[in-house]
Design a protein. Structure first.
Length: 240
């Protein structure tokens, strides 16, 4: 056991109060950051959907360009075959006529495809412009909300720094071995290292401690830890 004095117990209790305040404010501010992150995720999800829309638009735009080029090539083939009609014999003439006819049918198919793609392109382009404008609005809205969250939590951030400084000052008064033990227990138990024991009941886990251990806590000559939750115990004598 680590020897301890009543004064050191009082310092431990003060340190625990500062630790509790610090942890509570940190938890609150972590929630604030989570809220801001959720807003940022909302924007990121919207941006991802917009990026997909842009990719779809690029695809349909390329399909329109490709279809236009294919129509031009097909028209060039029709024109060339039509010129060749004047230079061939009757057998080749029939072959060229079938070729021209097939290319004209292909042109009809390509033009229908081009018109369909062009209509889809115009629809997606309109949607893309609308979504880009919405993203600008959403970005401004999220930035405003995040700034408001920061404004509301500014006082808590200042309080956190004050409690951290207070904790540091109190910790400087403690025996290094006691402080090391306090920090170990605090880190392992979510910021609670020192608890009161009252009527032989640990106020940390609400379990009964052995009577002899209760007597040792009241004597306050050594650091006593709860056999159930491992927290450092202290006792406040009732005022008669």
């Amino acid at each position: 056991m680590i020897d301890i004095t009543k004064a050191e117990v009082n310092i431990l209790v003060q340190l625990q109060r500062a630790e509790t305040e610090t942890v509570q404010i940190e938890l609150f501010l972590n929630g604030v950051e989570k809220e801001k992150s959720l807003l940022e995720s909302k924007k990121a999800d919207f941006q991802a959907a917009l990026d997909k829309l842009k990719n779809d638009f690029d695809i349909i735009n390329k399909a329109c360009v490709d279809a236009g080029l294919e129509i031009k090539l097909n028209d060039d083939r029709i024109e060339k075959s039509s010129e060749n009609l004047k230079k061939v014999n009757s057998k080749d003439y029939a072959v060229l006529l079938r070729e021209i006819d097939n290319n004209k049918k292909r042109r009809d198919t390509l033009e229908n495809l081009y018109l369909k793609n062009l209509e889809e392109k115009e629809t997606q382009e309109k949607m893309l412009i609308e979504q880009e404008q919405l993203l600008v609005q959403l970005t401004q809205q999220i930035r405003s909300q995040q700034e408001e969250i920061d404004r509301k939590s500014e006082a808590d951030r200042e309080r956190l720094e004050e409690h951290r400084l207070q904790r540091q000052q109190i910790a400087g008064k403690l025996n290094p071995h006691l402080l090391s033990r306090f920090n170990e227990i605090s880190q392992a138990s979510g910021g609670i290292a020192v608890v009161e024991v009252r009527d032989e009941v640990c106020r940390g886990c609400f379990m009964n401690i052995p009577p002899q251990l209760y007597i040792e806590v009241r004597r306050c000559t050594s650091m006593i830890q709860c056999p159930h939750c491992n927290k450092i115990l202290y006792h406040i004598e009732a005022v008669s």
